[in-house]
Ligand binder design. Structure first.
Ligand code: ZN
Length: 303
């Protein structure tokens, strides 16, 4: 699958590394990978139609977790006036996470992200944000910060969770954003599903969960933003560039640069953020957010 990126003009709105006055923009400020993309192959696989789950109950509270400790909780959030596409209740988000997990297990040799589950199934919660789409988008590079506040206001404040939010609202800035500790602390990694509406390739030109086995743009993007939120790629990573990205290959999950993003690999060369030997630098193969839990697992910087 390939995505061409056409967000360079938008990326200069807040140049990489520009210090904001009161807050740090999410790590994708100025970074092309999650900014905009067009799916040449969006991962649509009609053979997966029979994998579509029946629409189920909407969950708006924390339910008991199958596992204790650190985990990634997946959420669907809408602005007050956002159109409800039932991505949480009709299976799209579950397929999306299943697809990226399939890819991850293959790339890692058996490890997968530690997703929050309930009764053995992905536990997706829903939040209706009090503000309108326009009010939230008006925050420019800080839509992620708005979502961080909204998720907390809805009662999702577990200090051991990353909230991976599929936000069905817009952004004038990018298709997603993450925290980036220790530069920017936060518990929300987010996709802006209706972002960049006036771009050549709006974020919404990509489907969510088109396949339960083949990840598309948004599947790689939610993992990309979650990795930022865990602290990758750290400043000490040899190929780190553009606030948490890597420069050694546009097929890297965490790539940012002038080339189109063709995500296919987890840390090219294993030297920046996964299974490397750079002692003291964030290595997510040792993260508390991995399953099975690594020996002496580490939380993100500052957690
Ligand atoms: Zn990024």
């Amino acid at each position: 699958m390939k995505w061409h990126l056409h967000a360079c003009a938008l990326a200069v709105l807040v140049a990489c590394g520009t210090e904001a006055e009161t807050e740090t923009p999410s790590s994708d400020a100025g970074s092309p990978p999650a900014d905009a993309a067009t799916p040449v192959d969006a991962g649509i696989d009609v053979s997966d139609e029979d994998a579509i789950a029946p629409c189920g109950e909407r969950i708006t509270v924390e339910r008991p977790d199958d596992a204790t400790g650190y985990q990634l909780k997946v959420m669907y959030a809408l602005p007050s006036d956002g159109v409800d596409e039932q991505l949480d209740t009709c299976g799209a988000i579950a397929r999306s996470i299943a697809a990226i997990t399939t890819w991850f297990v293959k790339e890692s040799g058996g490890v997968k992200p530690r997703w929050d589950t309930f009764g053995g199934a992905l536990d997706v919660a829903f939040v209706r944000v009090a503000k309108t789409d326009a009010e939230i988008a008006a925050r420019g590079a800080y839509v992620r910060d708005e979502l961080e506040d909204a998720v907390a206001a809805a009662g999702f404040t577990d200090p051991k969770k990353i909230y991976a939010v599929y936000y069905g609202g817009s952004s004038t800035y990018s298709c997603g954003g993450g925290a980036y500790p220790p530069t920017l602390y936060g518990h929300v990694a987010a996709l802006y599903l209706k972002g960049l509406q006036t771009a050549q390739y709006p974020c919404a030109s990509n489907p969510v969960g088109a396949s339960a086995t083949k990840p598309g743009y948004f599947e790689f993007a939610i993992l990309h933003e979650s990795f930022h939120t865990m602290g990758a790629a750290a400043i000490c990573a040899p190929h780190q560039t553009m606030t948490g990205h890597v420069s050694d290959g546009n097929d890297d999950l965490m790539y940012a640069g002038s080339m189109p993003w063709y995500p296919a690999h987890l840390d090219n060369g294993h030297d920046d953020y996964w299974q490397h030997t750079n002692t003291g630098c964030v290595d997510l193969s040792k993260s508390v957010f991995m399953d099975p839990l690594p020996a002496n697992a580490l939380a993100p910087p500052g957690w």
